[in-house]
Design a binder for this molecule. Sequence first.
Ligand code: G3P
Length: 222
Amino acid sequence: MDTPIVILNYKTYLESSGANALKLAHDLESAASESGITMVAAPQAADIYRISDEASIPIFAQHIDPISPGGHTGSSLINTLIEAGISGSLINHSENRMKLADIDEVIKLCRDNEIESCVCTNNIETSKAVAALAPDAVAVEPPELIGTGIPVSQAQPEVVEDTVKEVKAINKNIKVLCGAGITTGDDMKAAMDLGADGVLLASGIIKAESPKEALLDLVSKL
Ligand code: G3P
């Protein structure tokens, strides 16, 4: 991952599902090419192949299960997701929390398969614990701000600043992203000024009248 980085978590909004998932991927593609900023799509598993087949942007899974090939009905296998087109994955999003041992297992699966791991955390302490597992990135998101439009980088700057400080003290190679309520260029600039390597965001872009314009505004102050 180069810095600064923007990861758009598609979650399960209708505006970012199915045919809309592809449309949003094209918005990310053109905003990335106009701005020169790395923009990653994290769509639902069912939309990964559709996007990788038609758009040239990095794609992350929203979740990978800690399993190996075999009998695991209903699970998401890393091998299939890679074949569908991912180059990384979110892990432990606050809307899909995992056990510590499973987080460790999925980070190792990502490392063994040479894809990037971005572990979501809810606070500074959890971020420190996860840093010991050496993922490629940690994304700190206070759950109470998710989906509110209140940006963590402006409402709780100490969470971003201290997570950067503590995680980099444990392993300086880990990228630190922040998320929750991030929408505008001011929100992203505040995050970068606090030392973050990028942002993880969703509703502010997905629900915007023009997601492409919202993406360009997001990176306009860098
Ligand atoms: O993964 C991104 C996230 O949980 C933040 O969501 O809607 O506050 O940008 P949102």
